[in-house]
Design a protein around this ligand. Sequence first.
Ligand code: PMV
Length: 301
Amino acid sequence: MITSSAPGKIFLFGEHAVVYGKTAIACAIDLRAHVTVEEAPSIQMKGPGGSIDLNPRKHPYIYSVVERFKDLTDVTGVNIDIHSDIPVGSGLGSSAAVTIATIKALDAYYGTNLSLEDIAHMGHQVESEVQGRASPTDTFVSTFGGMVQIPDRKKLGFYDMLIVIGNTGKFSSTRKIVSNVAALKERHPAVIGQIMDTISAISETGIEFIQEGDFHTVGELMNINQGLLDSIGVGSKELSELVYASRKAGALGSKITGAGGGGCMIALCEHKNLSRVAHAIKRAGGDSFICRTTHAGVRIE
Ligand code: PMV
């Protein structure tokens, strides 16, 4: 029996701008997906009502992973059991974490010796196949962990940051929001182009202050980034309510993470304010989770 785990991710800065080749900073968080595999008579998924055979419609990510392993090795019967701390469909990279943890568990089980690069690459292929369009960021961060500058995928040092995640519980389609932003940029190329450049500058400045451990300034930059995300139309009333509630409760800074429109926001906090901020987000109508950044990418448990 083998168990692996892989982390979810947040964007500290730069989502949307990264679509236009600008700089963003993504970071792994200590909410993880766990995958356990053990010998079974067929390829099965464990569910609440017992195990059922792997099904491409019910388990598209796992099915696609298993199909790829069939090209690498003799795939024998295996039972796959998934437990994830990461809320689904909220921009925290839950499908990437499940995909990456499954690849790692099967790699260890079948002895295929995949490198981290191989794992991230296969994960991105799986996400692209299932979702149509997938950014490689989620699978990269989930595989390697830590803080990553994108689009160059440069691993930055590790910095321990305390984050409260607020989830609006509202589903939003990344594809639709990215295409709305593209349409806005087409209507106002000079204006939106400059906003993207400014977001990129925020990411680059943010890296310096993260490295100095000056989280007050990092928070201030997150607030500026949030204003610009609002200006390109990816905010929502619910997200703003959580953002302002977290700031009022003492967060150093807060912003949307990911595509926006719904999904989640993040609040950077000092230890003394963590639970106050988490409660304030709940009172403002969100679900909240306290977490921290992590250097730990995919691993065998
Ligand atoms: O909502 P998420 O976590 O899939 O993030 C989307 C981030 C964007 O910058 C809007 C798109 C991308 O591919 O990077």
